[in-house]
Ligand binder design. Structure first.
Ligand SMILES: CC(C)(COP(=O)(O)OP(=O)(O)OC[C@H]1O[C@@H](n2cnc3c(N)ncnc32)[C@H](O)[C@@H]1OP(=O)(O)O)[C@@H](O)C(=O)NCCC(=O)NCCS
Length: 270
């Protein structure tokens, strides 16, 4: 029997951009996973089975469940009929597969870290998202050492060493922004050497109360801290940062129930 759940945030197809985070709780590893394995496609299940740690498997499966449920809600295509393809760098896209009218207009991107799974979708161009849990009680990674890696340009390294705010927050700002931008472009790490975020998004501009936005070229970038996580979103130019909905297991349960495959409704949540 499911507990009573609060109303799911009002996500309507007319919304152009949505951002949903699933803060995974205990139910994610129990009831939901029974369902997930029946709904997901075989390649996703096979990928999950290659993950050694259970927490990584759970997060992976939940990320795939969340994207199906939300894309189903946005497009009207039943959850188990949603088809994906990837570009040559691995960025996933919805494919048309019989649902040309709705699936073709939506782009999405996902990211996960620790107990959070983040989903971003828009019907207005490309999008990219990245979240990273800020280390607190866990041992801090050697951030200064990591900042020397080839992933940062010379100016980005300068910014990391001497930009506004603390080194820790600068590091997670630039890291997640760069990831979100690379995911927006769809090239992933393949484009990393050519990208200079300091130049691209004027990173010297200080963050305002934990939020930051800048646009240049074809994109708008947003960065904020949400609870213990650094979150960055990149959208097409001239867009606003979407409201961030943080859902818990029970709400995702409700969402999944509402987007159930039509033909096999009966036994899923018995
Ligand atoms: C794969 C990559 C796109 C993101 O990896 P990540 O940060 O480890 O993982 P995230 O949880 O944020 O994102 C993973 C999701 O990105 C999506 N993705 C994969 N390739 C992508 C691409 N080329 N473009 C956009 N999205 C992509 C996928 O949906 C993937 O989830 P899935 O495999 O379950 O479908 C890539 O940037 C990477 O390998 N990064 C490693 C970290 C690093 O060195 N970063 C440098 C930062 S400056």
């Amino acid at each position: 029997m499911l507990p009573d759940v609060p109303e799911f945030p009002n996500i309507r197809p007319k919304t152009t951009t949505i951002c949903v985070i699933w803060a995974l709780g205990d139910a994610a590893s129990e009831d939901l996973l029974r369902v997930v394995e029946k709904i997901l496609d075989k390649p996703a299940i096979e990928r999950s089975n290659r993950l050694f740690w259970k927490k990584d498997r759970v997060r992976f499966l939940c990320s795939h469940l969340l994207r199906r449920a939300l894309l189903s809600r946005l497009t009207g295509v039943p959850m188990d009929e949603i088809l994906f393809t990837t570009n040559r760098y691995g960025k996933p896209y919805l494919t048309l597969g019989g649902h040309e009218h709705s699936a073709g207009t939506w782009n999405f991107n996902v990211s996960s870290s620790a107990d959070w799974v983040a989903f971003l979708a828009t019907n207005n161009g490309q999008c990219g998202i990245d979240i990273e849990r800020l280390p607190d009680t866990d041992p801090m990674p050697d951030l200064k050492e990591m900042s020397k890696a080839n992933v940062f340009s010379g100016r980005e390294k300068e910014y990391l060493m001497s930009g506004p705010g603390s080194f820790r927050l600068r590091f997670y700002q630039i890291w997640t922004l760069k990831e979100a931008y690379l995911k927006y472009t769809g090239r992933g790490l393949a484009g990393i050497e050519q990208i200079d975020m300091v130049d691209l998004f004027n990173l010297q501009q200080p963050m305002n109360e934990g939020q930051w936005a800048s646009e240049k070229g074809d994109a708008t970038a947003f960065h904020r801290f949400e609870e213990d996580y650094a979150l960055s979103v990149v959208l097409k130019r001239d867009q606003a940062m979407p409201e961030v909905h943080v859902l818990h297991d029970e709400q995702v349960f409700e969402l999944v129930k509402g987007t159930f495959p039509r033909k096999r409704k009966s036994d899923r949540y018995a």
